[in-house]
Ligand binder design. Sequence first.
Ligand SMILES: NC(=O)c1ccc[n+]([C@@H]2O[C@H](COP(=O)([O-])OP(=O)(O)OC[C@H]3O[C@@H](n4cnc5c(N)ncnc54)[C@H](O)[C@@H]3O)[C@@H](O)[C@H]2O)c1
Length: 398
Amino acid sequence: MTTSAKPISVAVIGAGMAGRSHAAGYRNVNTVFGAGLPPVRLAAIADANVALGEDAARRYGYEKALPSWEAVVEDPTIDAVSIVVGNSLHRPIAEALVAAGKHVLCEKPLAGSLEDARAMAELERGADVVTAVGYTFRRSPGISAIRDHVQRGELGDLSLFSGRYWCDYATDPKGPLSWRFKGGPGSGALGDIGSHIIDAAEYVAGPIASVSGASLSTQIPKRPLPLGAVVGHNAAPVSDELGEVENEDTASFTARFESGLVGTFSVSRTAFGLPNGLFFDVAGLGGRAAFDQHRPAEYLFDDAQPDARTRGARQIIAGPNLPYFAGGVPMEAPGVGASNADNFTYQARAFLDQVAGVAEPLPVCATFADALRTMEIIQAVVASSRTNGAAVTVPPVA
Ligand SMILES: NC(=O)c1ccc[n+]([C@@H]2O[C@H](COP(=O)([O-])OP(=O)(O)OC[C@H]3O[C@@H](n4cnc5c(N)ncnc54)[C@H](O)[C@@H]3O)[C@@H](O)[C@H]2O)c1
């Protein structure tokens, strides 16, 4: 680990939807929490779409834009790198970066296939650099607070979990056939957004032991080929030619946790009107909590309050009493908000805390092994869907 006060040089590979969030996150890491992190040098943003990379470098104050991820690997001055490109590229880029001695923060899902994800977890075992994965929702003040309630036993023994991630980004049949629609079953809504709600569920309620009752469906089986670059979920000029959608738009399944808790899950990228609908509700014998990403600066909490007249669910508004908030926002007052962009800053800070070996780090990032686990769960969901919903065991936590 780097321990000197020499600047840490960072680069971001991918200047698309999430790449810009990483770029902004690194820019802000020394504006949040305590001192101790060395200065950060914003070295480069790499994207095959040179104009996009140059624009991101200018916006977020990076020294230069590079035209390829290989150029990042070859730059000996760069210490730590985010991989924020389509999932099938994660493995070759991670392998090259680790071989070059660079710390890696890779976006979720870990890889484009289970085979690649297993190879990346193996790579991590032999690596002497930090290998981390971007499960941003672990940094949400509301989700972290709910996890704390569960861990302190404030909900009692858990009795039910219901999680969904419903989005509308693929409701338009004229939306371009981007990388998101390619790859086998499990690489669609399950990999793209299901990975987040599965990770959040395990983060809050513990490990999943098996899944059953899975069903996958595709509402729009063909999409027009893009005529040029596509950024994130954006519309783009398309051809008259259609190509196959290779993965699921929607999936649902039941999970049994190691604790015996049962949870139901649904994910969809074709759910009208919900731009970023990550939602979960967790109930126990003595309390209940719920989170809705469309209202990220609050969560719902209920327990047995002594005065029966005022019992009932209450809204907890994010403020300095919640994780990440104190020291994590410029105006440390309740009610000033909590945003997705803040989560990316906390994630970048946690990663660089690990890289620099700071004395009081933020909670560590998910590892490649953690993210392999999510992919094993997703593939168990796919296997369940192929066997009329039969129960499929998930490999235990290593
Ligand atoms: N944590 C989150 O909340 C979150 C949100 C969105 C996306 N993601 C993840 O981030 C990753 C990227 O998703 P996105 O929506 O930003 O994708 P995107 O399509 O918007 O951007 C990907 C970028 O990669 C570039 N690219 C493609 N091939 C390249 C190459 N060989 N060398 C350099 N650049 C190349 C493209 O030009 C594009 O600009 C995915 O793994 C996705 O799952 C995470």
